[in-house]
Design a binder for this molecule. Structure first.
Ligand code: 5GP
Ligand code: MN
Length: 320
């Protein structure tokens, strides 16, 4: 789909621009924030652009090499324009949340179906497999540098599960092809950010799988990583993104739930589905959200009780 307006057209008379993404940033979020940053600074040298990111996980460090990002809330700045990318709701914005709230004008670019269109202007494409894909379609291909292309390619590749999730479309592949044409070393990016994993992360994954529970009747598998387990391997909650992917690879399960604890004792849940059980609906029951096949939510205590409730919801949804 060719958008009516290019990203450049949304700038209007802005002189200062903030770019923000979501909490616990993943490949699509950072690819979107950093790719937009490179595109804007390279093509609009008079603009003052600040990219926000609360942190960059180890497997995505290469994305940040030419991006001086700000990890604060941005409460001391008033921008002419704030662009939120890949955040499904205002509450989900991570670093730069105050910068977004205080900006003179806001623009939301996203691909979450549940997005309430919280910007002054909104460009949300639920059919798109990633926010990076949406952004690539908004940019002038002739003005995308190799650096911006690497970031957007990483976002598209990560959020589409290396082009294998059902969200992958012709547009996804055309966007990736356009970016590869800029010289992106795609095999190196996939090897470094998807295939290679630190040994201790793999060991934790092994232990989570070993202790996981499979419910054959509902085809549901769940696993947990309490703080004690994370400490055992010297890991933190930001380094566990791959565990749910492995749980979702269990052949006997349609739905996978991975629950991990934060330092403050609260818990985060990640849901994935291989079938048409809409896990966004399940996450919504717990105050979260997401997509048909990938969603999440937070909760305070007792992961076993949460797993039990999720199992009941799967049963209800399957019987509909
Ligand atoms: P993940 O499991 O990778 O953290 O998240 C999967 C998907 O669910 C992402 O698209 C993310 O936006 C969404 N998601 C995860 N946690 C939450 C949450 O607490 N609230 C909402 N609204 N969406 C979430
Ligand atoms: Mn995304």
């Amino acid at each position: 789909m060719i958008p009516m307006k290019r990203l450049d057209d949304y700038l209007e008379n802005a002189k200062t621009v903030a770019i923000v993404g979501h909490v616990n940033p993943d490949g699509d979020c950072l690819g979107s924030v950093f790719g937009t940053y490179r595109y804007l600074v390279e093509n609009h040298p008079d603009l003052c652009v600040t990219p926000y990111a609360s942190f960059v996980p180890e497997y995505l460090k290469f994305l940040a090499k030419d991006v001086p990002f700000d990890d604060t809330d941005g409460e001391d700045r008033t921008y002419d324009l704030a662009i939120s990318v890949d955040a499904s709701a205002k509450e989900r914005i991570g670093a730069g949340k105050a910068a977004f709230e205080n900006a003179r004008r806001t623009l939301v670019i996203d691909h979450h179906e549940t997005n309430p269109l919280f910007g002054d202007e909104n460009y949300v494409v639920p059919k798109a497999a990633s926010a990076s894909e949406v952004l690539a379609s908004l940019m002038d291909p002739d003005k995308i540098s190799l650096s911006a292309a690497e970031k957007l390619y990483t976002g598209i590749m990560q959020d589409s599960g290396v082009f294998r999730y059902s969200s992958t479309s012709k547009e996804t592949l055309l966007a990736a092809a356009m970016l590869i044409d800029k010289g992106v070393n795609f095999s190196k990016i996939i090897e470094e950010s998807v295939i290679n994993q630190p040994y201790r992360e793999m060991k934790l994954m092994g232990e989570v799988l070993m202790n996981s529970v499979l419910c054959p009747e509902t085809k549901f598998v769940y696993g947990t990583a309490p703080i004690s387990l994370q400490k055992k391997y010297g890991l933190s909650s930001s380094e566990l993104a791959n565990v749910v992917v492995e749980l979702n690879a269990v052949k006997e399960a349609d739905v996978a739930l991975f629950m991990y604890q934060y330092e403050d004792g609260t818990w985060k849940a990640s849901l994935r589905a291989k079938c048409d059980v809409n896990v966004a609906l399940i996450a919504k029951e717990f105050g979260g959200g997401g997509h048909l096949r990938a969603s999440g939510f937070s909760f305070e205590r007792d992961p076993e009780a949460v797993a039990g409730k999720v199992r009941d919801l799967i049963r209800t949804l399957k019987n509909k």
